[in-house]
Design a protein around this ligand. Structure first.
Ligand code: NIG
Ligand code: FE
Length: 420
């Protein structure tokens, strides 16, 4: 047997491994296990880089085959965008400008715009067009330091197109497999398709009896099922039917809750054992306390709030209540037309009043929990665990926040660590 590959990453100025407390307030980088001036050794085991050693820069450590010199830069776990709707065609710039002039998201949706407009464009797009359009977004995400991304279907809303979206996700998984882990979420319960607008309950039946079973049986691995529990979309009774169908198919549950109205979706999702609940703009104090006591991750999307001119989720209260708080972009053409996860993290601090440490934890460790630790990556750097990392062209973790809207990346330095 040939000797395993071992690489020593030298001269890490700051290592912020995001180990330690998953809940509650943080104020110091040391609470995330941070240390300065150290080296790490990673080893290839079963096609995965495993972190095997962390030590001072001047310590001898295990022998390595080659070196990467970070020259004093910052190293963190690879960032995780745990909530995106990144596969779609078309754009909705006209609608955005109308919203800025005062038209509501709901009003635009009611007149055939909104999600429906993207469904029409997506149904008309070929697989190759969708792969190309989404590749542009994934390249941007990689440039922002993202190493794991969740992608939801939900702009097909019929069996052939939802299946095509899964096929696109599969092709992207293969195309980016060396650099990116792609988690797939089935979301045929994203909206009521136009064919069912006069009898929406029939769409829920079709989702449960045909769409989800077909998607779950496809050769493309699906990890989660998500449902938009909201006035005008899926009520609690429909969401319950969808959750039951998903669970019978072995899909874990996510739910969009409290985005525009609190219709009781959050306690329902927790009771249902959802892995995560998303948006939370209208979440009550009582429900924040409930999240504080549950293992369901609160996924906050501050860029969506900004893009919709809505209030931000009460992230400070969520962290103080002891909830697991993650932050993501929600990348989609209607409510958050961006791939910039570092900006979402910065807005979690500026608008959501998290500390810098809590915000970094929200796009690493807690985001990994929101995705069930995909490929065994726990969103932290710990000896014995998969090594998935991001290097920043900066000297301290404070710069991650101070370099507003454009944190300089140094991901190219880690190229030797792409998967084989
Ligand atoms: O997460 N809330 C539902 N879905 C998206 C918006 C989709 C769209 O407007 O196209 C969201 O905000
Ligand atoms: Fe969303």
């Amino acid at each position: 047997m040939s000797r395993p590959d071992r690489i020593r990453i030298r001269n890490i100025g700051w290592l912020v491994p995001c180990r330690g407390r998953e809940r509650g307030p943080l104020q110091e980088w040391s609470q995330l296990g941070a240390r300065q001036d150290c080296d790490v050794v990673v080893e290839m085991q079963n096609d995965t880089w495993i972190l095997t050693w962390i030590g001072p820069a001047d310590a001898s450590g295990p022998a390595a085959d080659s070196d990467i010199d970070l020259e004093g830069r910052l190293l963190t776990p690879g960032l995780i965008d745990c909530h995106t709707h990144a596969v779609y065609a078309g754009d909705r710039s006209g609608e955005f400008v109308q919203r800025m002039a005062g038209r509501s998201y709901q009003d635009i949706a009611a007149s055939g715009g909104g999600i429906q407009a993207t469904v029409t464009a997506t149904r008309q797009a070929t697989v190759q067009e969708l792969v190309d359009a989404t590749s542009v977004r994934l390249e941007e995400m990689l440039a922002w330091g993202v190493r794991v991304v969740e992608i939801k279907t939900g702009y097909g809303l019929d069996v052939p197109t939802e299946m095509r979206l899964l096929q696109v996700i599969d092709l992207l998984r293969r195309k980016y497999r060396r650099r990116l882990t792609v988690v797939a979420t089935a979301m045929p319960a994203h909206a009521i398709p136009p064919e069912f607008s006069s009898h929406p309950a029939a769409w829920t039946t079709r989702v449960c009896e045909v769409v989800l079973p077909t998607m779950a049986q496809s050769p493309v691995h699906v990890d989660f099922c998500d449902v938009f529990v909201e006035e005008g979309y899926f009520d609690l009774a429909s969401a319950e039917r969808i959750a039951q169908a998903a669970s019978a198919l072995g899909l874990r549950l996510k739910a969009h809750v409290d985005e525009f109205a609190d219709i009781g979706a959050l306690p329902w999702a927790i009771e249902r054992g959802a892995t995560s609940v998303e948006h939370l703009l209208q979440t009550s104090s009582a429900n924040i306390r409930l999240l504080g006591q549950s293992n369901t991750v609160a996924v906050c999307l501050p860029l969506t709030s900004l893009f919709l001119r809505e209030p931000v989720a009460r992230m400070r209260q969520l962290v103080d209540a002891g909830a697991l708080v993650a932050v993501a972009t929600d990348c989609n053409p209607g409510s958050s037309n961006t791939t910039n996860l570092p900006l979402a993290m910065q807005m979690a601090v500026l608008a959501g009043r998290l500390t810098a440490q809590e915000a970094l934890r929200a796009v690493t460790r807690c985001a990994a929990l929101a995705l069930g630790e995909p490929d065994g990556f726990a969103g932290r750097l710990q000896v014995g665990e998969p090594f998935v990392a991001t290097a920043f062209d900066m000297e301290t973790p404070d710069d991650l926040f101070y370099q507003f809207a454009s944190p300089p990346m140094a991901s190219w330095l880690l190229e030797p660590l792409w998967r084989p």
